[in-house]
Design a protein around this ligand. Structure first.
Ligand code: NAP
Length: 246
């Protein structure tokens, strides 16, 4: 691609890491597609992200879609193709936690986390990969977690999804490489976002060698790098955790 803008789809981009990643990709010249969960509060947040990007001179569009619903995802991807004609970068970022010890974990807490953090990655990546295969290029970045590599008491549901996302990333990296598509996973440690705001962040910071929680910008920096055209890195899991796990 020369003059044309690259199109980046970021799921769950109305807040936290997704929001900052969308802004950073837009600063790099991508048109950022801000996917958000279809409720009024997220819509308002997503519209603000679009305004913020436009104020910086970039381009963005907000699209509502519950990424746990395969049919809704297909519609979202078709809408992007009708309007923009291509997808160059996919950031599978939407995620939730429903923490609890295994013996007390309800079926609902298990299933919601599996649907949101894992099934969504499959539902979104499948149609986008078909498009990227035709383009013979594309960058896929999946948001995993260090819990997916090392486990974490109280997060059997969450850690299972993130471990699966890592397996998924390595597999699609192998399947799609011959078509010029790269797929990598980012494994954040503790990042200051709405997801972690209820935690005792001062106590957590003491355990981190770099003595602070990460910021969404710390994650977005890496996603930006992994979204570059002609990247010679694929199938990797890269930790961004201030040295928490070495
Ligand atoms: P966040 O601010 O809660 O962002 C998650 C976003 O995903 C929210 O905007 C959320 O919308 C959206 N979302 C949830 N379910 C969705 C659905 N079905 N369809 C569309 N969007 C949906 O948390 P975050 O910390 O930025 O998390 C982003 C990613 O990083 C997640 O995958 C998370 O697992 C991962 N991560 C975070 C940390 C951390 O310490 N923060 C560490 C490791 C990994 P709502 O606002 O409606 O929930």
């Amino acid at each position: 691609m020369s003059e044309e803008k690259r199109i980046a789809l970021i799921t769950g981009a109305s807040s936290g890491i997704g929001r900052v990643t969308a802004i950073e990709l837009a600063k790099e010249g991508c048109t950022a597609i801000i996917n958000y969960y279809p409720v009024p509060a997220c819509e308002a947040d997503a519209i603000n992200v679009v305004k913020e990007i436009e104020a910086l001179g970039g381009t963005a569009k907000a699209i509502a879609c519950d990424v746990t619903k395969s049919e809704e995802v297909e519609k979202m991807v078709s809408q992007i193709m009708e309007e923009f004609g291509r997808i160059d970068v996919l950031v599978n970022n939407a995620g939730i936690t429903r923490d609890g010890l295994l013996v007390r974990m309800s079926d609902d807490d298990w299933e919601r986390v599996i649907n949101t953090n894992l099934n969504s990655v499959f539902y979104v990546t499948r149609p986008v990969a078909k498009i990227m295969m035709k383009q013979r290029s594309g960058n896929i970045v999946n948001m995993a977690s260090i819990t997916g590599v090392y486990g974490n008491a109280g997060q059997a549901n969450y850690a299972s999804t993130k471990a699966a996302v890592i397996g998924f990333t390595k597999t699609i990296a192998k399947e799609l490489a011959s078509r010029g598509i790269v797929a990598n996973a980012v494994a954040p440690g503790f990042i200051a976002t709405p997801m972690t705001e209820k935690l005792d962040t001062e106590k957590i910071a003491e355990r981190i060698p770099l003595k602070r929680l990460g910021t969404p910008e710390d994650i977005a920096d890496l996603v930006k790098f992994l979204s570059k055209p002609n990247l010679y890195i694929t199938g990797q899991v890269i930790g961004v955790d201030g040295g928490l796990v070495i």
